[in-house]
Design a protein around this ligand. Structure first.
Ligand code: BEZ
Length: 256
C-alpha cells in the first residue's frame, strides 16, 4: 500500500482553477470562531487564502503545509503571515496554539494517526480543532470508475487510493484515542461543479495523479482522459460537470 503524501503541487494553477476549495472552507470558519489575539494554526494551509481570512479577525495565524510550492506561494501572497513548510505528521511548533483549522487537507495525509498526534501536540489543553475534509464515500463515482479501469486491465491488486476518506465513527475514534473530545461530527453531501468543458479532466489532472497505477504512469494523461470520458454519463449533465464530494466536518477539543 502506498502511504506517501503528495508533496509537489502546481500552486499557481491550483489558485487559478481550484478556488472553490477555499471558498467552501469559509463555512468552517463559523465553527472556528477566531478571536483577536488567539494563536491559530491552519494545518495544510495550501496557498494561504483561508489563513489570511482568519487573520482578518485579529487572530495571530500561522500555516503549515508539506508542499514547498504551496508554502512559498502563501508567503508571497501574504508576507505578514508565517507559513512553515513541513510534514504535518512530524512537525511540532515552538509554542502551542489556541485552535487548529484544517480545510480540504486531511484526506491527503494517509498517516491519519500521525496527523492527529501532531494536531493534539499543537494545541493548548482545551484548544479547539475545526476540520473539514473528504469523508467515506467521497468522490465515489470517480473512485468506482477508476476501479473498473483497474480491474479490466488486471491492475487492481495492490492498488491503494491516494486519499484517506474515513467514516464519522472511524475519525471520531481516532481523535478520542489522541486526546480529543469530539463535540460535533457530521457528513455532508456537497455536489461540486467543476467548471468548463474539461472540468473533470482538469480536476483529475490536478488531484488524480495517484489514481493512475504506477505501471501506467508514463501514459497518465491517456488514463485520466479515459477516466474522464467514462465519468461523462454520470457526472456531466446539462453542459456542466459535477463531482460527488462528501465532506466530514468535525469540531473537537483537546482534553486538559
Ligand atoms: C476533496 O476535496 O474532497 C478532494 C480533493 C482532491 C482529491 C480528493 C478529494
Amino acid at each position: 500500500m502506498r502511504n506517501e503524501q503528495r508533496v509537489h503541487w502546481a500552486a499557481g494553477d491550483y489558485d487559478r482553477t481550484m478556488g472553490f476549495v477555499s471558498r467552501y472552507g469559509q463555512d468552517l470558519l463559523e465553527w472556528l470562531e477566531p478571536r483577536p489575539g488567539e494563536r491559530i494554526l491552519d494545518f495544510g494551509c495550501g496557498t494561504g487564502d483561508l489563513a489570511a481570512k482568519i487573520a482578518g479577525s485579529g487572530a495571530d495565524v500561522e500555516g503549515v503545509d508539506i508542499s514547498p510550492e504551496m508554502a512559498e506561494r502563501a508567503r508571497s501572497k501574504y508576507p505578514s503571515l508565517k507559513f512553515h513548510c513541513a510534514d504535518g505528521t512530524k512537525w511540532r511548533p515552538d509554542r502551542p496554539f489556541h485552535s487548529v483549522f484544517s480545510n480540504a487537507a486531511l484526506h491527503w495525509i494517509k498517516d491519519a494517526e500521525g496527523a492527529a498526534r501532531t494536531i493534539a501536540d499543537c494545541l493548548l489543553p482545551g484548544g479547539k480543532l475545526a476540520a473539514e475534509f473528504g469523508g467515506a464515500g467521497n468522490v465515489r463515482s470517480i473512485v468506482d470508475a477508476n476501479f473498473t479501469m483497474l480491474t479490466e486491465r488486471g491492475l487492481e491488486s495492490g492498488f491503494a487510493l491516494p486519499w484517506y476518506f474515513p467514516s464519522i465513527g472511524e475519525y471520531a475514534s481516532l481523535l478520542e484515542k489522541n486526546g480529543f473530545e469530539v463535540l460535533i461530527a457530521m457528513m455532508v453531501d456537497r455536489p461540486t461543479a467543476l467548471e468548463g468543458e474539461e472540468g473533470m479532466l482538469n480536476w483529475l489532472r490536478m488531484f488524480g495523479e495517484g489514481l493512475v497505477p504506477e505501471t501506467e504512469r508514463a501514459a497518465s494523461e491517456a488514463w485520466l482522459r479515459e477516466l474522464s470520458e467514462r465519468l461523462r454519463p454520470k457526472c456531466y449533465r446539462n453542459g456542466a460537470w459535477q463531482a460527488d464530494y462528501r465532506r466530514l466536518r468535525v469540531l473537537a477539543v483537546r482534553k486538559a
